[in-house]
Write a new protein. Sequence first.
Length: 502
Amino acid sequence: MKNYETEAAWEYHGGTKHPNGILLNRLHTYHPANRPYPYKKYRNARQIMLSLDRHPTGISALDAISDSVRQYKGIIPDVNLLSRILYFSGGITKTIKFSPPLGEVEFRAASCTGALYHIEMYIVCSDVPGLEAGVYHFDPKNMSLSVLRKGDYRRVIADATADDSSMSRYAVTLVFTDVFSRNAVKYQAREYRHAFWDCGTMLANSLAMASAHRVPYKITMGFVDYQVNQLLGLDEKKEASLALLSLGNPVQYSAGPLPLDKIAESEALEYDFDLTAINDMHESSSLTSRQEVSAWRNQADQKVLHTDKKENSLASHAGADEGIEQTIISRGSTRKFSHDSISQEQLSTILATSTKGIVSDFENVTINDVYLIANAVDGVEKGAYFYNKKESLLKVLQKGEMRHVAGHLGLDQSLPFDASVAIFFMADLQKVLQQFGNRGYRVAQMDASIMAGRMYLASYALRIGATGLTFYDDEVTDFFSPHASNKSAMFMLAIGKKARKT
Ligand SMILES: Cc1cc2nc3c(=O)[nH]c(=O)nc-3n(C[C@H](O)[C@H](O)[C@H](O)COP(=O)(O)O)c2cc1C
């Protein structure tokens, strides 16, 4: 089985490291004038306009993010609830005019590397109030759905997930897909990491919204790739399904198996870019049969990696926070941090809220550990730390002023130098790949990104700024060693107070 030939993941990971990964061409340039159009269009498909109810649920952002509103109601999401989840995960939340050649940029609910918006969302559902059973593509530009297939196709999802007993329980599955070249055009082969980074930040929003509405959910990363891709009519060399998010209570299938014929076609995705390294990594981490998916899921249940299921509620919330909708609307990556401190309570609230478990097919394992550099946190000495999630404790690794280190590790940008805290999510890839094969690489990136997406939101809930960052891979490991000597950085995030505009 190709999935367990893990040299592929090592080669991809090593080859896409900053600064010298051999799969990255140092002379590659990207000009904003060449920014790909960030929306997928289905011109020949019937469109259903969605109306958006922006009313707040009244649920605090921190409660929604930490999924502590878990008394799920018996809910079949209706079209209005689906619109809200789609909008607050992938909708347009603000438009900013830049000088030419960039011009007007529509920013979305979740952060995204380079604002290239390469993640698309699809719906596969039974009949739900206001929406007939079918397969749909979400168009955030027009707040509409394109009808791709009519009928109840959830059996395809159940089959692709090897009848994960829980999958057929759900009325709706959202499928998150990646259009490779839309991001690779700037970031080259490192795009395949970005796919999970940018999908993870969206998923963090989706989970918070599902939680605010008390809708049961589950994330699934183990599925037969080609079956799901075929259901959505994806061109597998150019795009791929990354994750499934199932929502709502059980609904019986309304029909027998339906044929996978005729599907509305999208406009061509033509950005001329060599995707070989991405295609290789994707194929090597693909699962090709039900049997393989079942075996993979059993691995995930084996708890070889240490487990971490602390469900305690937070000791203290740091101050009143905003509602979840307002938090998502006000989120935006901070472009300049002041050197002002945040408080220890704020930091501990952000860390604890964001590292609660998620309901997923990899929920029994803790994949990423959290390390950080504290530049300016009242009550926490400057230095490098390991965050013990179970105990909500910071373990000192090294004390001292480290702004220069934080700035350097974040690709020599001023953002992590100026911020109060630089946070790193790190995974023991040796163990992860041994247990999950190449597919584990996808899971490790996604696990980190969902936590980071939650941290983004938790920071804004407390009116603090945040931004995702990219990093010098090996130098992050070296810096946190020996504690992190077997671990690889999966995601970096800086948190701090925004600088006032002068
Ligand atoms: C994983 C990740 C890495 C990022 N890396 C950087 C970075 O290295 N430097 C930077 O200035 N912004 C970085 N960003 C911020 C994006 O540029 C920003 O999310 C995008 O422009 C969309 O804007 P918004 O987050 O304000 O909605 C990163 C974002 C993410 C999610």
